[in-house]
Design a protein around this ligand. Structure first.
Ligand code: ADP
Ligand code: MG
Length: 247
């Protein structure tokens, strides 16, 4: 771990969903996980292993059945201001423009109009959507829609960004470009967010982007391995771009 300030600490967390009165469906068991400031951590597992449920628990959208989730030294007991999420299927507001999608969280925080305007315009530029502020999501490609998803989540400057397979609905070229742009923003400290949890089933993606990989396996899902990724993220992500350039 790069420094000792933990942004997220999960201790012995388990989750069962109640199927009916007599039957519970155990989905996650005894999860222990930590994310420090300046870390990108992967949660790697097969479909159905409980990755999205765990991410929703971190976001405070689902309560753990047992155990504790602490974000920024405070127990997570409901929707959490310190986190925001990017979804696999973008989950944009189709009736809002690019600008209003990105401004949404800032408006919900009740910030002054001129600050909302400034931060939204800055974010539109950072994420590579200049010139599209007035467009609607349906007018844009999948890659650009997911850029809106990232911008909306990053605009509120969460301590911890939660990414639920954000690249998996995109073709490989679009996904590599967006990955690279995200890492560039991160490395150059152009975004305030300093910690991320990336949910993925893609080993290569986890290795390219993350400092540490938690492997979630089994039913109910449990963490069976934790890997530290050694080489610098910058080198890894550029190496993973190489075959794309050669093709
Ligand atoms: P993953 O994201 O790894 O594919 P999920 O967290 O979506 O896995 O789902 C893990 C298991 O939990 C699945 O069997 C799913 O059907 C079940 N599950 C998820 N959410 C609920 C819910 N709200 N109610 C009941 N079962 C759920
Ligand atoms: Mg999922």
């Amino acid at each position: 771990m790069k420094n000792c300030h933990l942004v997220l600490e999960i201790k012995n967390a388990s989750k069962s969903f109640q199927k009916d009165r007599s039957q519970a469906l155990p989905v996650l068991e005894n999860i222990n996980m930590e994310v420090a400031e300046n870390e990108i951590v992967a949660l790697l597992g097969k479909s159905g292993s409980g990755k999205s449920t765990l991410l929703r628990m971190i976001a405070g959208l689902v309560d753990p059945s047992f155990g504790s989730i602490v974000c920024n030294d405070l127990p997570v007991t409901g929707p959490c201001r310190d986190t925001s999420m990017v979804f696999q299927t973008f989950a944009l507001f189709p009736w809002l423009t690019v600008f209003d999608n990105i401004a949404f969280g800032l408006q919900a925080q009740g910030l002054p109009v001129d600050e909302i305007e400034r931060r939204t315009v800055d974010m539109i530029e950072l994420i590579g959507l200049s010139g599209y502020a007035a467009a609607y999501p349906k007018e844009l490609s999948g890659g650009m829609r997911q850029r809106i998803g990232f911008a909306r989540a990053l605009a509120v400057e969460p301590q911890l960004l939660l990414l639920d397979e954000p690249f998996s609905a995109l073709d490989i070229y679009t996904s590599h470009k967006l990955r690279q742009d995200l890492i560039d923003l991160w490395e150059r400290r152009q975004i305030q967010t300093r910690s991320m949890v990336l949910v993925t089933h893609d080993v290569e993606e986890a290795v390219a982007l993350c400092d540490r990989i938690y492997l979630l396996t089994g039913t109910p899902g449990t963490i069976t391995d934790v890997f530290n990724v050694d080489a610098s993220r910058d080198t890894r992500s550029r190496e993973s771009m190489q075959p794309m350039v050669d093709r």
